[in-house]
Design a binder for this molecule. Sequence first.
Ligand SMILES: [Fe+2]
Ligand SMILES: [Fe+2]
Length: 318
Amino acid sequence: MPAAAECERSGGAAGARGGLGGVLSGCVGGGGGGARAGAVPAAVAGAGGSVHRVAVWGGGGVVAAGGGGGGHRSVGEGRAALGGAVAGALAYRDLVPRDKRFAREFVHDANAILGKHYHQTSATVAALKAKYETPVFGKARVWDLIQKLSLCVDETDASLFCTDQFIHVQQVLEGMERDGIQDHDLLIAALIHDVGKVLLLTGELPENVLGLTGRISESPQAAGLDHVVFQFGHGEMVYSRFKDHVPEHLAWLLRYHGTDMADLEPFLSEKDRQYRDRYLIPFHKYDGGTKSYNHLPKIQLAKYRDLIEETFPQPILF
Ligand SMILES: [Fe+2]
Ligand SMILES: [Fe+2]
């Protein structure tokens, strides 16, 4: 089995559940910024020492790490296989998934998680809300929380497969940049909307973090979403941590970014409708529409770090 495929497997599943940090970053498409730099040793270690060479894509060509072991090409061998292409260039065939088994496994495991997520009861939701009234990390800088997303893989999102959530955030930002979006609220939402997924790093069960935010109860007609009981997940988590630090409409967007508005239509208040049209619909275009498991976004991260530092100059309680 190719070493890279081994990496995809071990990083995606084990890493997301246990928060194994750098292991995830060794996956195809994984690791953003600094996380990518640590990918090779982590991936080697993650394979339990049996894999001696690990291919890492995304840094400009195939890199072979370590020595010995068969079954995978070194840089030199790779060059020969390219038949005279520029030394170190990456062949297109290296990006084609090598084993459909992993895709099937991914979908199987994702459905198991989603099945449990959709069976949350009002009692489960109440218990989780109570549990997270206590801070998880204590005081944290918002940018640090965003960077933690490089350690998080959404095991239920086959549009991203093993791609980490920090890359997802960058893909959303890149999509907004491409369309000339300059709305401060939408850019901040792009940066922090999935920060609740850092609960994956604390041992929380994935079914309590991932998946869409479905409705558990109804509310009186047009009474508003704040009267509906929803499944607990990363939307509620991020809302609870940011509601005192952002304007009301942005808190609303964070809370309901993973909801299905068609299902909620009868319960929407006038305010919900305004926020939906003004913020949620434009946001969904980029949150859902830019996902890719093999596109490395090209944005200037420093610019967005500055934006976060300006918006949240003080650490927040998370
Ligand atoms: Fe989300
Ligand atoms: Fe997202």
